[in-house]
Design a protein around this ligand. Structure first.
Ligand SMILES: Cc1ncc(COP(=O)(O)O)c(C=O)c1O
Length: 447
């Protein structure tokens, strides 16, 4: 007999001192970042304060490049500017040998101002204005087109300037159970990508040099990458046999997960997040076999969040505490979702810098914005907290310094701690004058 359907429900268990099952008494506190005392950092640079560790950036870069270059001899990382375009962060990656991966003319200009040679800039994205494309093509940057309109523009530029252009095309494809990011590039499964290449060849004005795919972000299944690499390799073989074109680079995009905790996940990050080696195994396993040694393409990696997230921490200060009607404790801190945009997606780790007692309670952490949605953590166990206590929020190095904004507050100082423990401001705290510098009061309002 069929049982009637019953809607499942989740019953939330609240912990805290009144929990009859008892509670975890262990509580870790951290009073320094890379050996520099948090009390000293806030005394000098204020709170909230964004802190980057040069050591962690170098370590991540080393770890990823070791995983890939030991499996594939032509791996090249290109730093994804949109993940974090603070100059000191980009410069650190470039010093380590990473090229630049940009998705707008603004980012292209940033990379050029940092001294990147155009031939080491990969220009991606769904919107490349004509002037931006013209600059990139004439300077010799690597351009991956997203749509045919971009191709037509490039053909026009080539005709007008007589410049030689080699381009890549971005493709998208169905992979595992993942939803396809089909708004970017040309679909590989329905022949659209093949037709785009036919059009490039028929136009005869530009040469096809590479295939680019960025299939998603925070991808926890390495199998997705195995399938992606297989599809790209088969596509290269088809291009070679039909058009006689040898693909010079395969750009696998980004998407590796950082050790952050996505909302709705229950396993620890150590159990959930694949290592760089696991990603590299999945991607590289078929590549060597698929090409002759002379025709081995460059493998571009555009990993963003996995390279920078853990290098970034936010120090924040408790401004007030309150008991909420549901029994939970509320904290208002001086950092809101305007500077920690990623709190919408992640349960960032919150670490006290002092332990005042061992009975932990459930806290809601609110930011200072006068908005209901300004919640940094909906539920987190912490020891007793008081006004003035500092907390550390980690990892926050990816996407916050590019997506942050000055909604009712200004953006704070950002510092970097060098491998030798020196601290330098890499972005100054803003002032009202800075924020209003581009504003004008119209004549008719002046009197
Ligand atoms: C084209 C492209 N490459 C690389 C990245 C970096 O992705 P991730 O931070 O997931 O590694 C992005 C980010 O969305 C992107 O759009």
């Amino acid at each position: 007999m069929r049982m009637p359907y019953e809607k499942p429900f989740i019953n939330r268990q609240r912990g805290g001192i009144t929990n009859k099952f008892g509670d975890v008494t262990q509580c870790k506190a951290q009073d320094n970042i890379e050996g520099v005392l948090i009390a000293d950092l806030t005394a000098q640079y204020g709170s909230p304060l964004m802190v980057y560790s040069e050591r962690v950036i170098r370590e991540k870069h080393r770890e990823m490049m070791r995983a890939f270059s030991t499996r594939y001899p032509k791996a090249q990382h290109a730093w994804s500017y949109k993940t974090n375009y603070l100059k000191a962060v980009c410069k650190t990656f470039h010093t380590l040998g990473s090229w630049a991966e940009v998705v707008s003319t603004m980012e292209y200009e940033m990379a050029r101002k940092l001294g990147m040679e155009p031939s080491k800039i990969i220009f991606n994205g769904p919107f490349k204005p004509y002037e931006g494309l013209q600059k990139a093509i004439t300077e010799g940057a690597i351009v991956n087109i997203d749509n045919l309109d971009e191709l037509y523009d490039i053909e026009k530029i080539v005709t007008a300037t007589g410049k030689h252009a080699q381009i890549g095309i971005r493709v998208n494809m169905a992979l595992g159970g993942m939803s396809t990011w089909d708004r970017f590039g040309f679909n590989l499964d329905d022949n659209q990508a093949h037709q785009a290449i036919k059009r490039i060849v028929a136009g005869g004005k530009v040469q096809l040099a590479g295939i680019h795919a960025h299939v998603g972000t925070f991808i926890l299944e390495t199998e997705i990458y195995r399938q992606e690499a297989q599809k790209l390799v088969s596509f290269c073989a088809a291009i070679k046999s039909e058009f006689g074109i040898t693909i010079k680079y395969l750009d696998i995009g980004g998407g590796f997960a950082s050790r952050n905790r996505l909302k709705g996940t229950y396993l620890s990050t150590a159990e959930m997040i694949p290592s760089f080696s696991a990603y590299a195994d999945a991607i590289c396993s078929n590549l060597l076999d698929a090409f002759t040694l002379e025709e081995l393409p460059i493998l571009f990696l555009e990993s963003g969040r996995a390279m920078i997230d853990e290098a970034g921490s936010l120090i924040s200060t408790v401004q007030s505490t309150k008991r909420l009607p549901n029994g939970m404790k509320g904290l208002v801190i001086d950092a809101g979702v305007n500077i920690l945009f990623t709190s919408f997606w992640y349960n960032h780790e919150v670490i006290p810098t002092v332990v005042r007692g061992y009975a932990q309670e459930d806290y809601v952490i609110y930011g200072p914005l006068c908005m209901q949605i300004d919640v940094i953590r909906e539920q987190v166990k912490l020891p007793p907290m008081e006004k003035g206590d500092r907390i550390l929020i980690q990892p926050v190095g990816a996407y916050n310094n590019t997506q942050w904004m000055q909604f009712i507050t200004l953006r704070p100082n950002v510092v970097m701690i060098s491998e030798n423990g020196e601290v330098e401001v890499i972005r100054e705290a803003e002032t009202v004058d800075y924020m209003q510098q581009g504003e004008r009061i119209p004549e008719w309002l002046k009197n």
